[in-house]
Design a protein around this ligand. Structure first.
Ligand SMILES: C[S@@+](CC[C@H](N)C(=O)[O-])C[C@H]1O[C@@H](n2cnc3c(N)ncnc32)[C@H](O)[C@@H]1O
Length: 275
């Protein structure tokens, strides 16, 4: 058994500050043992002998490669197909209203897409519910801070645990069984082709890269909960600017815009519309 490397208080304070500045996650001082526990695995992967070496590596991580790994150890990537059931119900009931003036063009952003279940659910949903879907120009941008989850998302390969909650008709229509594998399925190209996966840090990212791009719907679910009020506020301002007038912002059911929702109206639990 390998020894646990000990995270000293000053190293924790450096990491806490680094994580806040670069990922947006604000950790309380009680989280020292959680950080020590989660990062021990990473230090072993890197064959480092101390947290001091890891802090130095981060200080010199100009290309921010380690940042992407750090995020996967610090935040959770938990996700699932058709998560937040009531939001899909809302979409089903309001899809005609949302899309009627769109001229057969839809632009959607899944802003913390994790391993891909969220963006793939969106496109599968549209295939099931949008009239004449094959004649629509649909583009979905799926971003995340972590290259590890984005790699999995792009591959679109899922084991039984992930697809077990999917209605059987979705599995039958939109997935292909992986050859020589008992329980792995890959998402079909017809769904993949509408999605572009990119790395993007919601906290430090340059929103100017979107230039004049506007979205009809932004999904930013179950990530804001880790950010403090100031970071959330900045993020919501950016989403507001990037949404078309009348566009929708979907957040997680345990998140709320409360006092941050200037310019948005609540249309259903955790769903806001730009006014
Ligand atoms: C719990 S998952 C949510 C996935 C999906 N949106 C859902 O609701 O099922 C949170 C995701 O946010 C990503 N994340 C954390 N901090 C981020 C940041 N600063 N910028 C972009 N993505 C971030 C994580 O890598 C993780 O994949």
């Amino acid at each position: 058994m390998m020894n646990t490397l000990v995270l000293k208080k000053e190293e924790f304070l450096f990491l806490k500050d680094f994580i806040y500045q670069h990922i947006g996650i604000s950790l309380s001082e009680q989280k020292i043992y959680l950080v020590q526990g989660r990062l021990n695995k990473r230090l072993k992967e890197l064959r480092l002998d101390s947290f001091k070496e890891y802090c130095d590596l981060l200080r010199n991580d100009v290309a921010q490669k380690e940042l992407s790994y750090l995020s996967t150890f610090i935040s959770t990537n938990v996700t699932s197909f058709f998560r937040e059931g009531s939001q899909w119900k809302f979409l089903e009931e309001n899809l005609a209203k949302i899309t009627h003036s769109k001229n057969k063009k839809l632009r959607i952003w899944s802003a913390a897409s994790s391993t891909g279940e969220e963006p793939y659910s969106i496109i599968m949903f549209l295939y099931e519910h949008l009239n004449d879907v094959l004649h629509w120009d649909i583009k979905l941008l799926a971003t995340d801070i972590s290259t590890k989850v984005l790699k999995q998302a792009k591959e679109g390969k899922y084991k039984s645990k992930a697809y077990s909650q999917l209605e059987a008709r979705y599995r039958a229509k939109y997935f292909t069984k992986v050859q020589h594998s008992e329980d792995e399925y890959t998402i079909k190209e017809m769904i993949k082709k509408d999605i572009v996966f990119r790395i993007f840090n919601l906290v430090t990212g340059n929103y100017k890269i979107f230039a004049k791009k506007k979205f009809d719907i932004i999904f930013c679910r179950n990530v804001m909960i880790y950010f403090d009020k100031a970071t959330q506020s900045e993020l919501v301002k950016n989403f507001y600017d990037l949404l078309e007038p009348g566009g929708y912002l979907f957040i997680g059911s345990s998140e709320a815009l409360t006092d941050l929702r200037k310019g948005f109206k609540l249309v259903s639990p955790s769903i806001y519309q730009k006014v």
